[in-house]
Ligand binder design. Structure first.
Ligand code: MN3
Length: 204
């Protein structure tokens, strides 16, 4: 049984950056639906007892194409949103810490440069999708984007997501309408770099 991440903040706590109605709809409806649909599809695929990371890294092992697509879309939707919501905080740390801070400086020069790269990928994602910061087993960072509910686990390159930036319209349309770039700025106001830094350390 796959379960939605429990939030350590209330829906209203991310105001005004992420509004309450969007949180209620996004977590309570969209994410809940992906999770329910994943549980049904994973049962059919015989992967309900596996860790989600393993399921998404080995989609080719699901023989039935329709079931495989259902696991890909809903499993992605489940995993991606768990990471997206878990990384928010009303008291978000605005700077990376420890090993992650050092690696960001090494590869990108500064956190501001990294945020610019992420913003470019997020703004440039045509249609629905995500922007990502991921790390591989050597600790190297990578910025990327993906279509629909796909994520770096599905690429088979050994990168594990640290940060997930949802650019589906449902993530921002109620408040920001067509202004995706405004939403992305607001996203960074409530993205907790302490949580992202801890996640990086936990992988290493
Ligand atoms: Mn979403």
């Amino acid at each position: 049984m796959f379960e939605q991440v429990k939030l350590d903040y209330a829906f209203a706590d991310l105001e005004p950056c992420i509004d309450t109605l969007t949180m209620e709809t996004h977590y309570g409806k969209h994410h809940a639906t992906y999770t329910a649909n994943l549980n049904a599809a994973a049962e059919k695929a015989g992967v309900a007892d596996k860790p989600i990371e393993e399921v998404l890294s080995s989609l080719d092992s699901i023989a039935d194409p329709a079931v495989r697509t259902a696991v890909r879309n809903n499993g992605g939707g489940f995993y991606n949103h768990n990471l997206y919501f878990a990384n928010f905080s009303p008291n978000a740390a605005k700077a990376a810490e420890g090993k992650l801070a050092a690696q960001i400086d090494k590869q990108f020069g500064s956190l501001e440069n990294l945020k610019e790269e992420l913003t470019k990928k997020a703004v440039g994602q045509f249609g629905s999708g995500w922007a990502w910061l991921s790390a591989n087993a050597s600790g190297e960072l990578k910025v990327s984007n993906s279509l629909n509910q796909d994520n770096p686990l599905m690429d088979g390159e050994g990168y594990i997501p640290l940060l997930a930036l949802d650019v589906w319209e449902h993530a921002y349309y109620l408040k920001y309408k067509n202004l995706r770039a405004e939403y992305i700025k607001a996203y960074f106001e409530v993205l907790d770099w302490k949580k992202v830094s801890e996640r990086y350390e936990s992988l290493g």
